[in-house]
Structures are given as structure tokens and as C-alpha cells.
Write a protein that binds this ligand. Structure first.
Ligand code: FE2
Ligand code: FE2
Length: 296
């Protein structure tokens, strides 16, 4: 007897922003962009993320109680990209990282906050168990594009758009040309092209109103990225960075764009669950209420 199929359920959350206490910072690092970030933390930005541990415990419960098959996190695990913060963040999401083939992630700009040579390495060190690539021949520099084949009908393609920003007034991103070239090639691969394709990155290619983000906060080559996505007929583009949960459709592509927002920012908590069956995706937003995440 043929087994009864069920939709594949994918949980997408982002921007949890674990903030280490400033005392963990080495003093020499105050003479960097982190000094401004740390001062912002002290001035109160961090208080918006005070309940990150409680909220991640609730996210783990939600995942277990709602038959989630795949978890996607689109970055900004930390506030300042400190090793301590990354380690704490990884420990909080660790229960969702099993099996590792069913967890996908990219770094956010806060996870490689300043250029220290080893900032990408530090992220990869914490998340190495979930960075395996089902089509490694398309990987260009670091771990991306990272492809994961989910069953026979779904693929997830992760692109890295985060880069260190040397100046505190900048939080903009870029997907390297070599990643985009590899992405265009892999979309033609017979192992991919008939599947429902989720494309994930940290930066928002478009805001909730369909417009590009500001130059100092957005994805520089958002237009190139969307052009590369335009051959996809069944799929969705997933991202974070903007701390607001929204869906938008834009004329540049046939597939919808979903911003997870921040799962933990007080008053703005949100996330998405996508249910995919027979090439059709049904998206349901989550909100935080009375100590738990709920479907809206
Ligand atoms: Fe963020
Ligand atoms: Fe960000």
C-alpha cells in the first residue's frame, strides 16, 4: 500500500541576536566598530532581546510539537559577533540542529561584525555540523552556495550575503559574483530544476513595500540576485535582517519573498512555517503570545 504523503513542514526564523555581556569583550576590541555596537547595547538596544533564552526554548518546543521537518535560520544570531555569543546562540538552537541535514543557516552581518580575518571561520566553527553541502561542486569560497536536497521534491539553496562592515554606520551586504554565477548554473542542474526551491540569504532583496532597502542597510546587488532567481517557477526567497515579519511579491520574480523578521525582539517577534506538498507552498506566520509561539 502506498504510504500517505504529508506536507513537508519548514520552520523559518531569524535574527535572534544573543547579546553577550560587554565585560566579555577584550579591551583592544573597543577600538573598533564593536565599541559603537557595545555602547548601543549599553544604551538599551540589548534589552529588546533580554528574553532570547526563554524564546528559543519556546521555539524548540514549537518545533517538537508541530511536526517540523526542516529548520531554516537566516542569520544574525548575535549582537557583536563574539565567540562567546556565537557559542551561546548555537547552544540555544542546538536541539533544532538534529538531524544536521534538516537544519540550514547562513551568517548575518552581526555574526561577522568586524573584519578580523577569522570572523567567517568563527561562525563556521560553531555551525560546522550543519554546513554540509549536497552539491559541493557548486560551492565557491567558504561554504556557499550550499544546497540541501529535501526528499524528492524540495531543494534549499543558501547564499551568503553577510560581510564585515568596517564603519559603524554601515550594515549593508553583498552576494559575491562567483556565488551568483554558481547559483545560476545550479538552477539548470537536473537534480534541482524540477524541485520546489527555497533560496535563503540574510539580507532582504526588497522591503515590505516592494522597494529596495537603503544603500547603507541593504543588499547592494539585490537586483542581480533577483534576476538570478527569475528562472525559478516554484519556490520562495527567504531572508531576515529586517526585524519585521512580512511577505511581499515583486515583479522581478514569479516567486514570493518572505522576511522572517526577528524571532526574539520584544514586541516584534515573528517567524514563518511553510508547508510544501505537490509543488505548492502554504505559508503561515507565527507570533509570540504568553510565553509561546503560535500560528497567527
Ligand atoms: Fe538583525
Ligand atoms: Fe542583519
Amino acid at each position: 500500500m502506498k504510504p500517505v504523503s504529508k506536507p513537508v513542514r519548514i520552520l523559518h526564523f531569524s535574527d535572534i541576536h544573543v547579546g553577550a555581556l560587554v565585560r566579555h569583550m577584550q579591551w583592544k576590541k573597543w577600538f573598533s566598530k564593536r565599541a559603537v555596537g557595545a555602547i548601543n547595547l549599553l544604551r538599551g538596544r540589548a534589552s529588546y532581546f533580554d528574553e532570547v533564552e526563554e524564546k528559543m526554548a519556546a521555539m524548540v518546543r514549537f518545533k517538537e510539537e508541530n511536526d517540523i521537518d526542516v529548520v531554516i535560520n537566516t542569520g544574525d544570531y548575535t549582537a557583536l559577533g563574539l565567540e562567546h555569543e556565537l557559542r551561546v546562540a548555537r547552544e540555544l538552537v542546538d536541539p533544532m540542529m538534529h538531524p544536521p541535514q534538516r537544519y540550514l543557516t547562513v551568517p548575518g552581518n552581526h555574526d561577522i561584525y568586524v573584519h578580523e580575518g577569522n570572523s567567517h571561520y568563527r561562525f563556521a566553527e560553531q555551525f560546522c555540523s550543519v554546513l554540509q553541502n549536497d552539491l559541493p561542486e557548486y560551492c565557491r569560497g567558504g561554504h556557499y552556495p550550499l544546497v540541501r536536497l529535501i526528499g524528492d521534491d524540495i531543494a534549499v539553496v543558501a547564499l551568503n550575503s553577510a560581510k564585515p562592515n568596517p564603519y559603524p554606520w554601515r550594515s549593508d551586504g553583498h552576494i559575491s559574483t562567483i556565488q551568483l554565477e554558481a547559483f545560476e548554473l545550479l538552477l539548470q542542474d537536473v537534480r534541482i530544476k524540477e524541485r520546489f526551491i527555497f533560496v535563503m540569504t540574510h539580507y532582504a532583496p526588497r522591503l515590505a513595500n516592494g522597494m529596495p532597502d537603503k544603500k547603507l542597510h541593504g543588499l547592494h546587488n539585490a537586483d542581480d540576485f533577483l534576476r538570478c532567481c527569475s528562472p525559478i517557477k516554484k519556490g520562495a526567497i527567504l531572508f531576515g535582517h529586517i526585524h519585521r515579519t512580512y511577505k511581499v511579491e515583486v515583479p522581478e520574480v514569479d516567486i514570493p519573498l518572505y522576511c522572517a523578521g526577528s524571532a526574539t525582539m520584544e514586541g516584534h517577534e515573528g517567524a514563518w512555517v511553510y508547508e510544501v506538498e505537490d509543488g505548492i507552498c502554504h505559508a503561515r506566520a507565527l507570533r509570540w503570545h504568553e510565553g509561546a509561539y503560535h500560528f497567527v
